[in-house]
Ligand binder design. Structure first.
Ligand code: PLP
Length: 473
C-alpha cells in the first residue's frame, strides 16, 4: 500500500515511512493511494471476533508489506491487552435505538489511547528494525499529551518531551502526565498559552539543523496511523448492531476532525453508515461549513469541552482532498487561501456531496450541561462534556430516522469533574487509574516562552545519535 500527499507534491511512501514522517514535505497529509475494500461477506465474518482480531483484519491492508502479518497481529494484541473492558470498546444502550460507544477504557481514560497505544508500539518496532531512535516532541492542551506519554513510556527507541501551557490545563490532565516518572519521559510547563506551545513546536520543526541533531519526530493528530487505528471501533460497533445487514449512524464529538474522518474511512471501506453527525461545541467552524459551504476560521472560545476548542481542524484537509476528486493542486490552492485570508468556500456540488455524507450540529455549554443532566435523570449514567455534545447533536439530528444511532463517548466523566458537578450536582466516581493520583510525586520542568531555552532543554534530553536517520531508509 502506497500513501500520497493531499497536496500532490510529495513522493508516495510506504506505511512505515508515513508512520515516522507525519506531515508530508509539501505540507500535506498522507492518505492511502486507494481505499481497501471490505466485502459484505468479509464484514459479516467479523461478527463474534475479538476487538484485536477485527483490528488486525481492518488494518492489515493499510499496513501492507511494511510490517509482517505476525508482528502486526502481536503488536495489536499487546496494544489493547491492558484496556479495562474485555470488549475494549463496548456499546451501552441509552435509548430505544440509541447507544454509546465507550472509548475510555484505555490507561488515560480518553479515546486517544485507542490510537496511541498502538502507534507507540508501531514506532518502537519500526525504529528497532531500522536501528534508529527518535525524540518525540509534542504540545498538548490536555488528553493527547497524557495518552502519548502513557504509550511511549519506557520504550527503548524513543525519548518523549511534551509541552503544556503552565496552569492552563486541568489538574487531573497535568497529573496524568507529570506523575509518570519513566526515564524517557520529560514534561515541560511553558509560561504561556497552548498557542505559544504550538508555536515553539513549529519553530523547532522548522529548524532543519536542530531537527537533525535531536532526531525530532511527532505523533500529533495528523499522523495517518492514528486515523487508521480509530477506524476499527466504527467497524466493531456497526458489526455488533447488525452490519452489513443494516446501516448505522454515528455522532462524533469533533475537534481536529481526526476521529470522524476515521468514520469516513470505514464507510469508504464498505461499512454501511447512514450518517456521520459532526458534533461541535461553540467552536463550530465545521458545522458552519456543512451549513454554508464556507470554511471560515474565527477566534477560539473556551467551553466545557476543551479538547474540542479548535478552529482549524487539521484533518479536514484529508476530507477536502476526497471532496475535490483527489486533486492535490486544488487542495494546495485552498490551503494557501486559508492561510492568507482565513477562509475559503467550495461549490454547490461539493456542498451537496458533503451534506449527503455528514450532518452537523453546534452545541453550546447550556445544551451540553442539559444533555449530561437529562441522561443522568433517565438512566443514572454519567457522561463527560465532550460525549454530551455528541448526545445533543444525535438528538437534534435523529428525528424519526430508523438507523441505530451510536454516539462516541470520547472521555471518562472523571476527567472533567467540574463540568459534571455543575450539571448533576455531584462529582463522578473516580476510576482506578486516577485513584491516588493527587498524592503521587510530580516531575516537570518549568520554562519561559522562549525558543532558545526550550531548544536547550530538548537538546539536553534528546536521544543520542542513531546509526542511521529514520527518513533515509
Ligand atoms: C481529542 C478529543 C476530541 C476531538 O477529537 P478529534 O479527533 O480532534 O476530532 C473529542 N473528545 C475528547 C475527549 C478528546 O480528547
Amino acid at each position: 500500500m502506497k500513501y500520497v500527499s493531499t497536496r500532490g507534491g510529495a513522493p508516495a511512501l510506504a506505511f512505515d515511512d508515513v508512520l515516522l514522517t507525519g506531515l508530508a514535505p509539501d505540507g500535506g497529509l498522507y492518505l492511502p493511494a486507494r481505499w481497501p475494500r471490505l466485502t459484505r461477506s468479509e464484514i459479516a465474518a467479523l461478527a463474534g471476533l475479538s476487538y484485536a482480531e477485527t483490528a488486525t483484519r481492518v488494518m492489515a491492508p493499510f499496513v501492507g508489506a511494511a510490517i509482517d502479518a505476525e508482528t502486526l497481529a502481536r503488536t495489536i494484541d499487546e496494544a489493547y491487552a491492558g484496556f479495562d473492558h474485555p470488549a475494549v470498546a463496548p456499546l451501552r444502550q441509552i435509548g430505544s435505538n440509541d447507544w454509546l460507544l465507550e472509548l475510555f477504557h484505555g490507561p488515560t481514560l480518553a479515546f486517544k489511547d485507542y490510537a496511541l497505544q498502538l502507534v507507540g508500539r508501531l514506532f518502537d518496532h519500526v525504529l528497532a528494525a531500522r536501528r534508529a531512535r527518535v525524540t518525540i516532541v509534542g504540545a498538548t492542551s490536555g488528553d493527547t499529551g497524557a495518552a502519548a506519554i502513557e504509550a511511549l513510556r519506557d520504550r527503548d527507541n524513543v525519548v518523549v518531551c511534551i509541552l503544556h501551557p503552565k496552569d492552563r490545563i486541568s489538574e487531573i490532565q497535568r497529573r496524568q502526565m507529570t506523575t509518570v516518572t519513566a526515564a524517557n519521559v520529560h514534561n515541560v510547563a511553558i509560561e504561556g498559552t497552548f498557542d505559544d506551545c504550538q508555536a515553539l513546536l513549529k519553530a523547532m520543526f522548522a529548524d532543519a539543523d536542530f531537527r537533525a541533531a535531536t532526531h525530532l519526530s511527532a505523533v500529533n493528530s495528523i499522523n495517518w496511523a492514528r486515523v487508521m487505528a480509530q477506524t476499527v471501533y466504527y467497524v466493531t460497533a456497526a458489526v455488533a448492531l447488525g452490519a452489513p445487514h443494516r446501516p448505522v449512524s454515528f455522532s462524533v464529538p469533533t475537534g481536529n476532525f481526526g476521529d470522524i474522518f476515521a468514520g469516513h474511512v470505514a464507510r469508504r471501506m464498505g461499512l454501511p453508515i447512514e450518517s456521520l453527525v459532526i458534533a461541535t461545541n461553540r467552536n463550530d467552524i465545521l458545522a458552519r461549513f456543512v451549513e454554508t459551504g464556507r470554511y471560515q476560521t474565527g477566534a477560539v472560545v473556551p467551553t466545557l469541552s476543551p479538547s474540542m476548542d479548535i478552529q482549524v481542524a487539521s484533518n479536514f484537509e484529508r476530507y477536502l482532498y476526497e471532496l475535490l476528486g483527489r486533486d492535490g493542486a486544488r487542495v494546495a490552492a485552498l490551503m494557501e487561501t486559508l492561510a492568507r485570508t482565513g477562509g475559503f468556500a467550495v461549490d454547490r456540488a461539493a456542498l451537496n456531496e458533503t451534506r449527503a455524507a455528514f450532518a452537523a450540529h453546534g452545541v453550546d455549554d447550556a445544551e451540553t450541561e442539559a444533555a449530561i443532566a437529562s441522561l443522568y435523570r433517565r438512566t443514572g449514567m454519567i457522561v463527560d462534556p465532550h460525549t454530551a455534545t455528541g448526545i445533543a447533536a444525535a438528538t437534534a439530528y435523529r428525528g424519526d430516522r430508523a438507523a441505530p444511532m451510536i454516539t462516541l463517548a470520547t472521555a471518562h466523566p472523571a476527567k472533567f469533574p467540574d463540568a459534571v458537578t455543575r450539571a448533576i450536582g455531584a462529582a463522578p466516581p473516580v476510576p482506578p487509574p486516577l485513584a491516588g493520583i493527587e498524592s503521587r510525586p510530580e516531575r516537570c520542568a518549568v520554562l519561559p516562552n522562549d525558543l532558545a531555552r526550550v531548544k536547550d532543554f530538548v537538546r539536553s534530553v534528546a536521544v543520542a545519535a542513531p546509526e542511521r536517520e529514520p527518513e533515509t531508509s
